[in-house]
Design a protein around this ligand. Structure first.
Ligand SMILES: [Zn+2]
Length: 317
């Protein structure tokens, strides 16, 4: 009798183990969201947002980037398959509503496909740098006219500068918005999101303090870039950034000429170009001033590491 019982319980054990394995496998395949412990699917526009969501969401989130590395977010149009995948998300975190045209289009399409989708403006609460309104074919100011160039970060539409994530202080605001969105979607894990957020923003603050200290020792004064993406960064650390190109436009011969004069006048030796854009203008200027071209990346998925790297490159220039 006892032997029989043992045999039955052994069989039951095996059945239970098989059931458990089946359930686990089903859990892995199951992509339905819910509040029973499934992952929260978060769609983001740009790679740097991915790190923020991963750090704050931890194991609870699955992040999906809409604009892949190497693409230009100003002109990118996502393929239908990408839109379909994004429509399964619980949350869509935009960089900032209205800043990138693709985000408005996507947000409304995704919302139609999935009315439950929470569309969150991750830069809510950030004070935008606003670019002066300029005619499209503006006659650039006289050579060396620093103020004109410096105040023109390149978008000719006169709207807010969309490159909000390239400021650690803005990133701290974005982190708060991400935490709040995750808590809304998954309130049972609020404590985890709070703790992760606090840890991540402490790292942001530390790095911000280190960069502040570095720039108070070696302020580069003026940095020459090809893409007008670093206005917030320059504001944070008190230097001036001058952009060779306007958004999506090659500099004219006249632009180059005035920038060469400016660079000579201020002893600029490095021209910062970006992997996503043409480096031709940068190379022309570098050749003329006997300087070098250095490539930086505003869209690196290793956000904090990259910000540290760029800061070191600027400070060393
Ligand atoms: Zn841009």
């Amino acid at each position: 009798m006892q032997k029989m019982n043992q045999k039955i319980s052994a069989t039951l054990c095996i059945i239970f183990a098989m059931l458990a394995a089946l359930l686990a496998a089903a859990g892995c395949i199951d992509t339905e969201r819910g509040d029973q412990g499934e992952e929260i699917l978060v769609a983001v526009t740009l790679p740097p947002q991915e790190e923020m969501v991963r750090e704050i969401g931890g194991d609870r989130v699955n992040v999906f980037v809409l604009v892949p590395p190497g693409s230009d977010p100003h002109t990118y149009e996502p393929r239908p398959a990408i839109v379909e995948q994004a429509a399964r998300a619980d949350i869509y975190l935009t960089v900032g509503t209205g800043l990138f045209p693709v985000e408005d289009v996507l947000a409304s399409r995704l919302k139609t496909m999935n009315p439950d989708l929470d569309v969150v403006d991750s830069s809510r609460g950030i004070s935008y740098l606003v670019e002066p309104d300029e005619p499209d074919d503006d006659d650039h100011a006289a050579p060396g006219s620093l103020v004109n160039h410096a105040e023109t970060s390149g978008h000719s539409h006169g709207g807010p500068d969309p490159h909000v994530w390239l400021s650690l202080r803005n990133a701290a605001v974005m982190a708060g918005n991400i935490r709040d969105a995750l808590i809304r979607a998954d309130p049972g894990y609020a404590e985890v999101y709070h703790a992760n957020h606090d840890r991540y923003t402490a790292r942001i603050r530390d790095l911000d303090q280190n960069i502040t200290a570095a720039f108070s020792r070696d302020n580069p004064g003026i940095i020459l870039v090809t893409h007008p993406a670093w206005g917030y960064f320059a504001r944070d650390y008190g230097f001036t950034v001058v952009s060779i190109g306007q958004e999506g436009k090659e500099p004219t011969a006249k632009d180059l000429e005035s920038l060469i004069l400016l660079a000579r006048e201020h002893g600029i030796r490095v021209v910062f170009a970006e992997a996503q854009e043409s480096t031709r203008g940068a190379e022309t200027i570098a050749r003329e001033i006997g300087g070098t071209v250095m490539v930086i990346d505003p869209l690196s998925p290793d956000y904090l590491v990259n910000m540290e790297k760029v800061a070191a490159a600027f400070a060393g220039a």
